[in-house]
Write a protein that binds this ligand. Sequence first.
Ligand code: FAD
Ligand code: PHB
Length: 390
Amino acid sequence: MLRTQVAIIGAGPAGLLLGQLLHRAGIGTIILEQRSKDYVLARIRAGVLEQGAVGLIEEAGASARMRQEGLVHDGTEIAFGGVRYRIDFQALTGKTVMVYGQTEVTRDLMDAREAVGAPTVYEALDVTIHAADTDRPSVRYRKDGHETDIACDFVAGCDGFHGVSRQTIPEHALRTYERVYPFGWLGILVDKPPLSDELVYVNHERGFALCSMRSATRSRYYLQCGLDEHLDDWPDDKFWEELRRRLDPEAVARLQTGPAIEKSIAPLRSFVAEPMRFGRLFLAGDAAHIVPPTGAKGLNLAASDVAYLSRAFVEWYQRNSMAGLDTYPRRALARVWKAERFSWWMTQILHRFPESSGFDGKLQAAELDYLFGSKAAQTVLAENYVGLPY
Ligand code: FAD
Ligand code: PHB
């Protein structure tokens, strides 16, 4: 039987960030991750960090490489009807975002954790959570054929959408809200410079496209695709041909193509599980909520959950007060729902919906026309994109 203060399930950004913040506050943690370290580091996911997330990574002592290699973006472009329109975050809100891949954030947090000698068990299988609704919860896992129990004060469920933590909560103690969108994103990563200094979100009659990046020499592109499509249907040449069709001529002229170093399809979904807590089990990140990637909010929401949760644990251990933990679900969910709204809205205005009527199309065009013509509307977008305060 091992013992720790907070048992953390999942070594994604939520679990690693929480582990590091708690370590810095003198709180002991063990992280259990079902995959290998290399597997976790090979997953290509988010790319845009809000200032709040950047600040937390700094607080976690894992920001040195991000500060050197991350790209600060003052704005973004939205293309519609052959016109590209710039939203100037810096001018509208005084804030910027940082382009730095989730893979790199994860690597930096893993390195920081290893440097302080805090334990992470990779390839921890069959994790189960016990007595979460009592004062003595525990977690059990199997590794190399041996079962181990960890007694703890609290369990942090940071194990993503498919993890065991949310599934441990009895149905009567959980309420879920969901919207599934009738399309997915086909993503490609390529070692070529991006076509623009900033991200370009494209609403085109053939479907949404996004031109993003990971560095000055590595680009990430996405195409809206059908839910029934497979990676085999999309050899590189076909991807580039379809992207060119959705871009304006000037962007096409600057597009540099090459062999894909990664290609994946992700379905789009909005999902929230309330109340993000069951006794001494607290959910954070994708374990509790999913947003469609259009607003670049998934990783950032995981970070804001962890900000609330880590401070609440510190309050408990340093001041013996449950107040922060008791109010965690309410405070986290208030921010989650605003990000859900923004991500849903960005998805709504930028994609082509198969069932959409002529009326819906006209409303979408009016919405974009209004956005391009109204400083107030642009401020709403910018304020949400750079991240609401927490
Ligand atoms: P995760 O990163 O999912 O980490 C959870 C960890 O828990 C994983 O390492 C997993 O292996 C582990 N785990 C799961 N089950 C168990 C178990 N039973 N026992 C132990 N460990 C377990 N967001 C954007 O903003 N932009 C994007 O382009 C984007 N693309 C995405 C593409 C995909 C395919 C996915 C799935 C997500 C994407 N996201 C994107 C969302 C963003 O990556 C997530 O919001 C972010 O990873 C959330 O971090 P997390 O730590 O909560 O969860
Ligand atoms: C990405 O670079 O992967 C990315 C950027 C912005 C988004 C979604 C994904 O809205």
